[in-house]
Design a protein around this ligand. Sequence first.
Ligand code: ZN
Length: 207
Amino acid sequence: MAKLHFYYSAMNAGKTTTLLQSNYNYQERGMSTLLFIPAIDIRHAQGIISSRIGLNAEAHAFEPNFNFYDFVKNYIQNTKISCVLIDEAQFLTKEQVLQLTRIVDELKIPTLAYGLRSDFMGEPFEGSRYLLAWAEDVSEIKTICHCGRKATMNARMDNNGKVLREGEQIEIGGNDRYIALCRKHFMNGETSSNRELNTGYNAARAG
Ligand SMILES: [Zn+2]
């Protein structure tokens, strides 16, 4: 039975690596997949999903007005696919999450979405809100804060490692400007356990 799966996490928890590993598992069994990434992410300008540990795969770029259901329905007239995988799924619109539910329910294709739960201000992303509400299977890809507690929040930092509290929800580029923190350290803005020796920037790189 096909299901809609949502794998959520904080920044730099290895979401993309997990996606590419799942994709590899399908392909190893001779099954075809369809991969999607948001067009807004400059790392994905050439239609490639790549992970920090060197895995990569070709993917279709999507805009907010892209219709996943129509695209997949049309695509499977010529090519059988066994799974749909979406990276950076927080950038999906509500309408697009609804389209994913139809890919699962009507086209009977398992769909795996990977995304961040909340933005740098702690607000839920639209895509993640509806994935959390509508997916049958929700799992967390865990990572830790510099203090060792589970990281659930994503802080955006300036060049000096200071946590930013205002700005646009989506800012292009600079994954190294984000750091995954536990809620307590997100709230008090501590990006490192030793601010003298270890700037927030370095902590983010090491994490
Ligand atoms: Zn912490």
